[in-house]
Design a binder for this molecule. Structure first.
Ligand code: SF4
Ligand code: SF4
Length: 454
């Protein structure tokens, strides 16, 4: 990953009228290296829908030459926030941070899609989220989401297909079903592999906790097997990434401050995430809080402790001399795996090889990165619901790579990508399963027993 020429600590005040420009926008040398990697430019072939064009617009808006609505809103709104442009930028322009600040400048953005705001609250506000996810799990687990998702047109059908695609591929394990904390499970076949047991906190998240509890369970089991000990951190809230992407930066900052307080109160080495978007959000806390001297240093200290679960497990596998592997008697699913890198892992966090190292360590699997692995799938948080036509065009080439039974599994470490890829495959009648990498690792490492009747 190309190092940023502009340190996060140098980010200007986002709350001011024009501060978003200044040295960060000035860092762009207009070379255009970012243009060919931009999915929206690739489809629309319009300079204003390229990273360089959007940076021109941001500067023009900040200098008062264009209004924050109109063209600025249109082209900034079409950006996926995939940050592929950052990976190739020789000047280290932090496009993702500039985008969040630009979106916060669009006056109508929070109400442009009233249901976007409504969904954000339903998914992330703790009391409402409990109801939302209880209803969502009922619709998903009963099969209603699957049936209606295939029948209903428009946004409702799209949302139900996304929900259906979040279902657990391997069912609910006995340990999870009876509520045994996975960290108390005995490690099978021997000892914890680390010289010292390191403690970690798992970021609960909102969508992850509500719909991907099975991925959290797999994360806990595999980390226990690798010798890590979970400690509780009650009181966590949503990481704030969805709010930041929607231009609600002040709300994202409040969530960041709350989580920093919570994690500072816990004695552990690592804050582990199994959602690329949430991990990128936590690592972006210093950028969100850069203009707040009371919080900036605390945000940096927290960000330094954040790791994606695949980073930790790949490290454990690399150092295990082959002792970390499948249990005798375990039923390995095996098969061909196509890895699709989440943008917020690959581009935003720079975690590129670890998921592949980890997956390739599993016996019985043939693993390759999809040809378009480093290209956005189009999911991009709630983008696929707000910009469904453009998102579908971004997804189409990837579906072409997956279709026709080329893979048994698609592995990708972000809930939005799992759901959008899964929903896209459902729409075209492809039965390839989309899972989180840690689910495959868990299944290979643990001789799991399914609950009777599941
Ligand atoms: S690659 Fe970087 S410096 Fe070059 S045009 Fe794109 S954002 Fe500007
Ligand atoms: S974040 Fe992605 S979609 Fe947006 S300008 Fe950069 S490459 Fe293009």
């Amino acid at each position: 990953m190309i190092e940023s020429a502009v340190a996060v600590g140098d980010l200007p005040d986002a709350s001011g009228a024009v501060d978003v420009t200044d040295e960060l926008l000035a860092a762009c040398v207009h070379c255009g290296f970012c243009i060919p990697v931009c999915p929206t430019w690739d489809i629309l072939r319009e300079e204003n829908d390229s990273p360089r064009g959007r940076l021109y617009l941001m500067r023009a808006e900040a200098e008062g030459r264009v209004q924050a609505d109109g063209a600025f809103s249109l082209h900034v709104g079409r950006c996926l926030g995939c940050r592929a442009c950052e990976s190739v930028c020789p000047a280290g322009v932090p496009f993702g941070h500039l985008l969040e600040r630009a979106r916060a400048r669009i006056p109508q953005r929070p109400v442009a899609h009233w249901w976007e705001r409504w969904m954000l609250e339903a998914l992330t506000t703790p009391r409402r989220a409990r109801v939302t996810y209880a209803v969502a799990r009922f619709l998903r687990n009963s099969g209603v989401a699957d049936i209606l998702g295939r029948l209903l047109p428009g946004t409702a059908g799209r949302a139900l297909r996304l929900l259906s695609a979040s279902r657990p591929t391997f069912g609910t394990t006995r340990a999870a079903a009876v509520g045994i904390p996975a960290t108390r499970l005995e490690v099978q076949d021997g000892e914890a592999l680390m010289a010292e047991t390191q403690a970690y906190v798992l970021l609960s998240g909102c969508v992850m906790e509500g719909l991907f509890g099975h991925v959290h369970d797999a994360t806990r089991r595999t980390l226990a097997r690798a010798g890590y000990r979970e400690v509780e951190a009650p009181g966590q809230v949503c990481c704030g990434a969805l709010h930041a992407h929607a231009g609600l930066l002040e709300e994202a900052r409040e969530q960041a401050r709350h989580n920093i307080r919570v994690f500072e109160s816990v004695d552990c080495e690592w804050i582990v995430t199994d959602s690329a978007g949430c991990g990128a959000g936590l690592k972006d806390y210093p950028a969100w809080l850069t203009d707040d001297p009371d919080w900036r240093d605390r945000a940096e200290a927290l960000a330094a402790r954040v790791k994606d679960v695949t980073e930790i497990l790949a490290d454990a596998v690399t150092n295990s001399d082959g002792t970390l592997g499948s249990s005798p008697g375990a039923e390995l699913p095996g098969g061909r795996v196509g890895y699709d890198a989440p943008c917020h892992l690959h581009h935003a966090q720079g975690v590129r090889d670890d998921p592949l190292v980890l997956l390739r360590s599993l016996p019985g699997f043939e693993v390759e990165a999809l040809p378009s692995s480093d290209r956005c799938c189009g999911g991009a948080g709630m983008y696929n619901l707000v910009q469904p036509d453009l998102a579908a065009l971004v997804l189409a080439p990837k579906l072409g790579e997956i279709e026709h039974g080329r893979y048994d599994w698609i592995a990708t470490g972000n809930p939005g990508c799992i759901m959008y890829l899964g929903a896209g495959l459902m729409r075209v009648g492809d039965r390839t399963l989309v899972v989180h990498p840690v689910e495959l690792v868990d299944h290979a490492w643990n001789d799991q027993q399914e609950e009777p009747g599941e």
